[in-house]
Design a protein around this ligand. Structure first.
Ligand SMILES: [Zn+2]
Length: 310
């Protein structure tokens, strides 16, 4: 395990890369605290929606940190269940944001099924998609897979098995701290394809390594995943020290939304003015960012300016 670097690095709201020494197993641990609480508190979601969105965000961070990209990674679920849409964004510099769309009536009816199999109960039939947007002139990488499994983590594992042929193990925990603040923690491990590991490892029996790692992964408790007093690297060492675990410096994560008044103005200007006028309530057009709930208001004088008037 390294070293002094972890001492001065963040203890919370971070993603921690690691690898099991001399094996083809690599992993990430994400820990979300105050920043997650901030993101969820911008919305007034019912408990199951907030909980599920927290899980989605934790998974989005894990998946994004497995990729090399400059730009925006988006995880999206779409389904015919009570939560019709969830979107979680992670930028390559660690800015997070997320929102959900749901039907309150359908959510109430979902009842106890949510505890037994949250993914089918809340999302219904649909798909989960990953997109990497690296700017206007680059390809958008997209992976998409049908929702299947009891949890979102199951769906993600299913995706890697089916689409990427990469063995993947994921464990996720979401809860609240004593003060009521939302917290999430998750660990994801992957077994790299045979041509990507250190040469010396190829001859050895990695099946055993993998099985042992999965046993350790399922032994992690939600309390361990969420506890801010228990450092990510300390927990990883506790789990994998027998096989040798190497941790790299964690990346700090924070809430960050890319909306701005300027962007909203550009969007409004692209719409027919009459349509926008029709949106007026009490003489003001209000545009609310879905991600962060910031409200941008435009009165007549400002609309005049947006549409190139005096
Ligand atoms: Zn925003």
């Amino acid at each position: 395990m390294t070293d002094q670097a972890t001492v001065r690095t963040p203890m919370d709201d971070l993603v921690q890369p690691f690898q099991i020494e001399a094996s083809r197993l690599r992993g990430r641990m994400v820990r979300l605290g105050p920043e997650l609480d901030d993101i969820l508190n911008r919305h007034a979601y019912p408990e199951p929606v907030a909980r599920f969105l927290a899980e989605t965000l934790a998974l989005a961070v894990l998946l994004s940190s497995m990729l090399k990209y400059e730009g925006v990674f988006t995880l999206q679920t779409k389904g015919d269940g009570p939560i019709s849409l969830m979107v979680a964004d992670v930028t390559s510099v660690g800015d997070l944001r997320a929102y959900a769309q749901f039907d309150e009536e359908a959510l109430r009816k979902a009842g106890d099924d949510v505890d037994i199999a949250p993914a089918p109960a809340l999302l219904g039939k649909g798909y989960i998609a990953f997109t990497v947007d690296q700017g206007a002139d680059t390809d958008r990488y997209q992976g998409i897979v049908e929702l299947s499994g009891k949890t979102l983590a199951d769906c993600v594992q299913h995706y890697f098995r089916q689409s990427e042929q990469i063995d993947t193990g994921v464990t996720v925990g979401v809860g609240r701290d004593e003060a009521g603040g939302w917290r999430a923690g998750a660990i994801m491990m992957q077994r790299l394809p045979p041509d990507q590991g250190p040469a010396a490892v190829l001859a050895s029996d990695t099946e055993d390594d993998w099985r042992r790692a999965m046993v350790m992964l399922t032994s992690v408790t939600t309390e361990e995943l969420l506890n801010p007093e228990l450092g990510a690297s300390t927990l990883l060492y506790r789990l994998f020290h027998e096989d040798g675990v190497r941790v790299w410096p964690p990346q700090a994560l924070r809430f960050g939304c890319r909306c701005s008044r300027e962007r909203v103005e550009t969007m409004l200007a692209s719409l027919p003015r009459e349509e926008v006028q029709d949106l007026k309530v009490d003489g003001v057009v209000e545009v609310v960012c879905q991600f962060c709930s910031t409200a941008y208001r435009f009165d007549d004088a400002e609309l005049e300016r947006v549409y190139g008037g005096v």
